[in-house]
Design a protein around this ligand. Sequence first.
Ligand code: DGL
Length: 271
Amino acid sequence: MGPIGVFDSGYGGLTILDGIRQLMPQMDYVYLGDNARTPYGTRSFDIVYEFTLQAVKKLFEMGCPLVILGCNTASAKALRTIQQTYLPDNAPDRRVLGVIRPTAEVVGQLSNTMHIGVLATEGTIRSESYKLEIEKLYPGSTIVGQACPMWVPLVENNEFDKPGADYFVNDSLNKLLAKDPKIDTIILGCTHYPLLLDKIKKYCPSGITLVPQGKYIAKSLEDYFVRHPEMEARISKNGTCQYFTTESSTKFAESASIFLREQVMAERITL
Ligand code: DGL
């Protein structure tokens, strides 16, 4: 038995961890942020795969039977190859899940027009993962994406609630909506974006449903455990959560405390 591993390139996956822990507080968790090498959003496919695989291996070494890639960029660029190429030969009894498919699944229940907007990192938008996933699930839907290159730096630098963030939030939203005025649902396809939610709401026209991911990923994981009781049985349940980072543990603890609204202690590791 072991904890659920949650991985992100930095702090963003904490919004996913938060959602999952609220729904399943009895489980044990290990969070790993590759803060030393964040952001992943502008990196190539090969590099995101290499870094993500290193993190997954580390979480397996720590005893996690199940790892969630709580990062859209890693889910878009590394998940499929890890599932199809790495796991069968190297860790057939472990599982790695991502955040794109569960998010794509919910939009069908939220949108009336089936014109869906996706705000995400450049890497996620370029991968077209959301477009492909949603079109597969809901043929005939229209998916329009907009990369928001400034949003992750605003969050990572603790500027997300400052006046300077308004310009970039408004700008990216306008660019998205100009591409398709029929959009009625917008996926916040990057785990950092829930921290900008107040500003996004401020500039988003009324009538548009915003989809931050945390609670949907949590619900989807709960459903996964119902379908896979053998995996649920392998998750230890003492209600603990440990935090690891590839950057300074003090720096991580300070910022993570903002994301989670509680004090956390972190340990630095190398991948
Ligand atoms: N957390 C990542 C995501 O969800 C974005 C941050 C990064 O670019 O590394 O896509």
